[in-house]
Ligand binder design. Structure first.
Ligand code: XMP
Length: 613
């Protein structure tokens, strides 16, 4: 299949580039800059991504210059544009005026990459440096007020560079620019799901041969679609699926899954009850990466136990891994490890190395997986399910182990200029508090694990959006998540304490119930479909030392690589709060803790991740 390669210089946005190209029906793959030029021989076009690093730094990644001799069209974006300029004879320098955010692009020459664009185009800029001298054979095709060489082209060589980011939705003509590049590359537009299903089936049959396949199903979209396509390829007799009840799934999950699977015509489905085993291994663990490692290992242990009476050479383990799962865990050399996905835990990597794992959907994005599921005839309620992380509620329940919080060096609050934060928030009549818990984020394409800031005061969504991005921009590397106080209206921060709490049955029960209530209400209000997912987080923050804090994290997203926080209308939010406050009554006789605080996560991804841990 003809393809375009996106060379990833460490940008989270590389996935956006690749998925934009796929929307234009072209297969695109992400590769690291360490690749050898020979690997690109069959490729129809190359895109250099942006980067969190600055090209003027000595450690900035480069590229093998032989790539420029391959006679393949190249499009450089931001860092990639500067790299292209510098490597073939131009010059790069620090910009006098740095551009961040929406900028007007004045197009001058619309014969190539800018064909069909307006004279004034809104584009998204984010750069400290710029190309200051054109390489030989290049011309300038567009400028902005502060950037002379915003677009450069060498039509003869088919090399193009754009300083802005065409892959983000704020660049209105972004898709058109990619479309123009694809036309220039003369690449076949054959990346279409219905046709691809046959290819996946062929690959499965080849890889599995005469063996059987065993899948640990979670009931989520990815593993269910994997199961459906395996059955289509191999028939029901050779595919065995087990749903592992780790106790960390959603409320009534096991029952729901059974029903849905029956409806989808699946056979050979079993249940592995492992709630106690998961709990025993996790109850004292606070570190998110440790939780993920343990869960990944337990899944593999269960699999091995299940098939120990069979000859291993007769079996393969199948996983519902999708494309971003392979990259966010440092799938390419440059991208930092942000979170270990349970299907990339060490034990799994061992099996992968030995060729004992099959992942039929590892090349697809979530929207594509949903389309495959639909094509295979899976019911809408299954294909449309909100994503749910493999490690389940374990990564939505923040635990506090005092030795963990105190021993591990926390670079806050000593390094955080609290006065500065207060001044920034005063502008918006809001009061900030630094919370004594930690959460994972992704800033400058690297994992961060820091404390969130809570804001209180009367305001509107728009102000919250603005203040959230001002805080995370201003305190880069220090603050990666901002919350807003929903309940109670005000509080005395001196009385709020971190209580000792692990992964207990009671806390799991509480968060499952909260998650269930929120989802039910959103469905009733017709808001469920437009929201990508709404994790509900439990945090051990309490006034009395007995209660709990719930955090709502509703997000809008296209493929989970980037996300905006969703703004639930006030009256619906009010109803949600009322339901959550009633939980201890609803949950009787289990006697769960009272809800003392309800917060709303108002951070985009990046700098926060969707899940908290
Ligand atoms: P983050 O938190 O990384 O999440 O922004 C991106 C998407 O991935 C889901 N997620 C996971 N899914 N195993 C999974 O199968 C995992 O370990 C995992 N961690 C996060 C998350 O729910 C979101 O949709």
């Amino acid at each position: 299949m003809e393809k375009i390669v996106v060379i990833d210089f460490g940008s989270q946005y590389s996935h956006l580039i690749a998925s934009k190209l796929r929307k234009l029906k072209v297969f695109s793959e992400i590769k690291s800059p360490e690749l050898r030029p020979e690997e690109l021989k069959e490729v129809k076009g190359i895109i250099f991504s942006g980067s969190p690093l600055r090209i003027v730094e000595p450690t900035a990644p480069g590229i093998d210059k032989r790539i420029f001799k391959l006679k393949i069209p190249i499009l450089g974006i931001c860092y990639g544009h500067q790299l292209l300029g510098r490597e073939i004879g131009g010059k790069v320098r620090e910009s006098k005026i740095k551009e961040f955010g929406k900028t007007v692009l004045k197009t001058q020459d619309k014969s190539g990459i800018l064909e069909g664009l307006k004279d004034d185009e809104l584009v998204w800029m984010s750069h400290n440096d710029e190309v200051s001298k054109l390489p030989r054979g290049f011309k300038i095709s567009a400028q902005t007020e502060n950037c002379q060489i915003a677009v450069m082209e060498n039509p003869k060589k088919k090399f193009f560079g754009v300083q802005f980011h065409p892959e983000v939705s704020h660049t209105e003509g972004g898709l058109k620019i990619f479309d123009n590049f694809l036309k220039i590359c003369r690449v076949k537009r054959d990346w279409e799901i219905p046709g691809l299903i046959e290819e996946i089936i062929k690959d499965i049959r080849e890889k599995v041969g005469k063996r059987k396949v065993f899948l640990l199903a979670s009931g989520g979209v990815d593993s269910t679609v994997t199961l459906a396509i395996l059955i289509k390829a191999l028939g029901t007799e050779r595919v065995f699926a087990f749903y592992v009840d780790s106790g960390l799934g959603r409320k009534n999950e096991a029952e729901e899954i059974k029903k849905l699977f029956r409806k989808s015509g699946f056979k050979n489905i079993g249940l592995i009850k492992a709630e106690n085993r998961f709990l025993k291994n996790l109850e004292k663990i606070s570190d998110p990466e440790e939780k993920r490692e343990i869960i990944g290992r337990l899944f593999i242990e269960l699999w091995k136990e299940k098939i120990k009476n069979f000859a291993p050479e007769d079996w393969l383990l199948a996983q519902g891994t999708i494309y971003p799962d392979t990259i966010e865990t440092a799938g390419t050399i440059r991208s930092e490890r942000i979170k270990t996905h349970h299907n990339r835990a060490e034990a799994v990597k061992e099996l992968l190395k030995r060729g004992e794992i099959i992942e039929p959907l590892a090349f697809f994005y979530k929207d594509e997986v949903r389309e495959i599921g639909k094509e295979l005839g899976l019911p809408d309620e299954l294909v449309r399910r909100h994503p749910f992380p493999g490690p389940g509620m374990a990564v939505r329940i923040i635990c506090s182990d005092f030795s963990f919080w105190q021993d591990k060096k926390i670079n806050l609050p000593e390094e955080l200029p609290l006065g500065e934060l207060e001044i920034l928030c005063q502008k918006f009549s809001l009061k900030p508090y630094l919370l004594p818990i930690k959460t994972v984020g992704v800033q400058a394409d690297q994992r961060v694990y820091n404390k969130p800031v809570l804001l209180s005061g009367k305001t509107d969504w728009q102000t919250l959006q603005q203040v959230s991005s001002e805080i995370t921009n201003h305190f880069k590397g220090l603050i990666n998540r901002v919350l807003y106080l929903i309940y109670p209206e005000t509080f005395d921060p001196k009385t709020l304490k971190l209580k000792r709490a692990g992964l207990s049955k009671e806390r799991i029960f509480l968060v499952k119930e909260a998650d269930w209530q929120v989802e039910k209400l959103l469905k009733e209000k017709g808001l469920w479909r437009e929201i990508w997912q709404i994790p509900v987080i439990l945090a051990p923050l309490s006034f009395s030392g007995l209660g709990e804090t719930l955090i709502l994290r509703p997000v809008l997203s296209e493929n989970a690589m980037t996300a905006d926080f969703a703004k639930i209308p006030g009256p619906v939010l009010q109803e949600i709060v009322e339901k959550l406050l009633l939980l201890p009554e609803i949950c009787e006789p289990k006697k769960v803790s009272p809800i003392e605080l309800i917060l709303y996560d108002i951070t985009t991804k990046p700098p926060a991740t969707i899940e908290w841990e």
